[in-house]
Design a protein around this ligand. Structure first.
Ligand SMILES: [Zn+2]
Length: 191
């Protein structure tokens, strides 16, 4: 099993702790921060939505120094976001990349209502998600849309990022496509 899958299992166990109301994260104090004062060794990079309800460290029961988190509305993979993920892969050598979509995502709802128009605002975000609707115009449920988009983001990363593609093909990086359900608090891997 590649390291990334082991780290995913650990994080999903952490999610179980969160769901069960028994969080165990201890690395949340100044002492931990001081330990990492001049370096960091996260074991996963998480691409998460900016949504205030999706807080990776809390839902995975983690503390300081564990996750390299890139948060952007709708986990939309534009150039700066891709480079931030690449930094974690190439410079910090994380073995796991989690793409964390979620229920009730404002970007998915907005895009579904607006498609195929391109309004004056939020264009760079819409351009990242419209290709999913171009492929499957019959998407009616925005939660299903979010999952389809998460799958699409993996394709985008493999196409646009040589760093990520090489790491996956060399067995150094595992990409986990996940979905967070607000009503249960549970994170599940999707395929
Ligand atoms: Zn969202």
């Amino acid at each position: 099993m590649i390291d990334g899958k082991k780290e995913l299992e650990k994080l999903l166990r952490g999610n179980e702790n969160f769901v069960n109301g028994t969080p165990t994260a201890k690395n949340m104090c100044l002492e931990t921060l001081r330990k990492f004062a001049f370096h960091q060794e996260p074991y996963a990079v998480v691409l998460s939505c900016s949504d205030s309800r999706v807080v990776p460290e809390i839902i995975f029961d983690c503390g300081i120094g564990e996750l390299f988190v890139v948060r952007v509305a709708g986990i939309t993979a534009g150039p700066n976001v891709i480079e931030s993920l690449e930094y974690a892969v190439k410079k910090l050598h994380v073995p796991l990349l989690i793409l964390l979509g979620h229920d009730d995502c404002g970007v998915m709802k907005y895009a579904k209502d607006t498609y195929p128009e391109m309004p004056q605002h939020f264009q760079s975000i819409l351009k990242c998600v419209y290709p999913v609707l171009d492929k499957k115009e019959d998407i009616t449920c925005h939660n299903f849309f979010a999952q389809q988009h998460t799958i699409w983001v993996e394709d985008v990363l493999m196409e646009k990022s040589k760093i990520i593609k090489d790491a996956v093909e060399n067995g150094k990086l595992y990409i986990a496509k996940c979905h967070f359900d607000h009503s249960t608090g549970r994170v599940e891997e999707i395929n």
